[in-house]
Design a protein around this ligand. Structure first.
Ligand SMILES: NC(=O)C1=CN([C@@H]2O[C@H](COP(=O)(O)OP(=O)(O)OC[C@H]3O[C@@H](n4cnc5c(N)ncnc54)[C@H](O)[C@@H]3O)[C@@H](O)[C@H]2O)[C@@H](O)CC1
Ligand SMILES: Nc1ncnc2c1ncn2[C@@H]1O[C@H](COP(=O)(O)OP(=O)(O)OP(=O)(O)O)[C@@H](O)[C@H]1O
Ligand SMILES: [Mg+2]
Length: 346
């Protein structure tokens, strides 16, 4: 994929994808997030067929939570993916399908209450076989939005994560997926195609578990860098007032103002968007001709682009809806926000 010719404002290949990332010590520099979005977003080429702009799967959705997987999966489509799947429990599937006919929903996960002890091994292997059938087709998976914390379900999802890793599928871990990996670090350790997107509490739990200490705001970037290194060079986006992103080598941030509303679900929009941008960035770097850009980590680029887009959309939604802004209002503005940075053309 070439960068989107319609929106490549910078002609210089060596500077066009700069993220202004700095070393672990010293100040955290703001990423040139708009340039990143412009560079990695693929053109809307008439010769392309369905699937080439991305196929995303969200693993999440259980009895309690149906909103989170829907938000992540629909955001992936609204950003520009061609196909968006959801793998969830049976209870959640009908609900999610009824939110949107655009999503492909697989009612295959099971929670402990619906499986007897004797059936577990069989059900677990059936679930893995079902998901594995699809896995090779995905450009990125998102594990965790609305997944819940049922132990049997999390065991099955661990198998799915191991399978995705073997198949080299980039994996964004969010929400209850972070609960899972915090207690099973080997699931992501050393996986350069893994992205963690912790919120303030998820980050705190991760720091306590991995670094054996408390979150240190004074040395936020050093601590984040150390955390990424300790988990083997994975990419982590620490969400907050600024989204700080590191892969253990470099650290950068996106702090464009979004919205003062902190309604639940914004992190889900982010994880779905990051999945699309990370797969676009990966494709772009694999196929582009400039060696200087090949050293950039596509997972970092995905985080930078996803963060900027969510913040822009949240800002538009807040302008319109003020205190009543909710997640669906923000999703409505993903298209305009991307269009402002990177016009689709004709
Ligand atoms: N509409 C939906 O279906 C939504 C579902 N969600 C899902 O809900 C699940 C749980 O995620 P949450 O982010 O709610 O996680 P938690 O259930 O850990 O946290 C819920 C809230 O409890 C409070 N809290 C948590 N830990 C705390 C601590 N140590 N000290 C003080 N307060 C604390 C915080 O206000 C936090 O936002 C995830 O699967 C997530 O994806 C969320 O994404 C929000 C939207
Ligand atoms: N204090 C803040 N100021 C500005 N933006 C913020 C702030 N906190 C979070 N955000 C933005 O909201 C996005 C979602 O972060 P948040 O911490 O709400 O995630 P979350 O708790 O996982 O959300 P969800 O409810 O979807 O699970 C972040 O990418 C960030 O851009
Ligand atoms: Mg969350």
């Amino acid at each position: 994929l070439p960068g989107n010719a319609a929106c490549s404002s910078s002609p210089s290949p060596s500077t066009s994808i700069r993220v202004n990332a700095m070393s672990a010590s010293g100040p955290v520099y703001e990423a040139d997030a708009e340039a990143v979005v412009r560079r990695i977003t693929p053109p809307l080429d008439r010769a392309r067929h369905k699937g080439q702009a991305g196929k995303i799967a969200v693993i999440g959705g259980c009895r309690e939570y149906t909103g989170a997987p829907y938000f992540a999966a629909i955001s992936a489509l609204k950003v520009g993916a061609d196909l968006s799947h959801v793998f969830c429990t049976r209870d959640a599937a009908t609900v999610i399908k009824s939110y949107s006919p655009e999503l492909i929903v697989h009612p295959i996960l099971e929670e402990s209450y619906s499986v007897s002890d004797g059936e577990r091994e069989y059900v677990s292997s059936r679930i893995l076989t079902e998901v594995a059938k699809w896995m090779e087709r995905f450009d990125c998976i998102v594990v965790g939005p609305g997944l819940g914390r049922d132990s049997f379900l999390l065991d099955c999802v661990s198998n799915i994560m191991r399978h995705a890793r073997q198949a080299n599928i980039p994996t964004v871990v969010d929400g209850d997926g972070l609960f899972l990996i915090t207690n099973n670090l080997s699931l992501v350790e050393g996986n350069l195609l893994a992205i963690l997107t912790p919120n303030v509490y998820e980050y705190k739990r991760l720091v306590q578990k991995v670094l054996n200490c408390e979150v240190n705001e004074e040395n936020a970037s050093e601590q984040l860098t150390a955390l990424c290194q300790k988990i083997g060079g994975i990419t982590i986006m620490r969400k907050g007032k600024a989204d700080i992103i590191s892969d253990g080598k470099t650290v950068t941030q996106v702090s464009t103002f979004g919205s003062p509303r902190r309604c639940g679900g914004q992190g889900d929009i982010l994880s779905g968007s990051v999945a699309v941008f990370a797969s676009w960035a990966r494709h772009f770097l694999l196929t582009n001709e400039y060696p200087t850009e090949k050293s950039v980590n596509p997972m970092m680029l995905g985080c930078i682009a996803g963060s900027l887009l969510l913040r822009k959309a949240a800002s538009h939604a807040f302008e319109k809806n003020k205190r009543s802004t909710v997640t669906t209002d923000i999703i409505e503005f993903l298209g305009k926000s991307l269009e402002d940075i990177c016009p689709a053309g004709h």
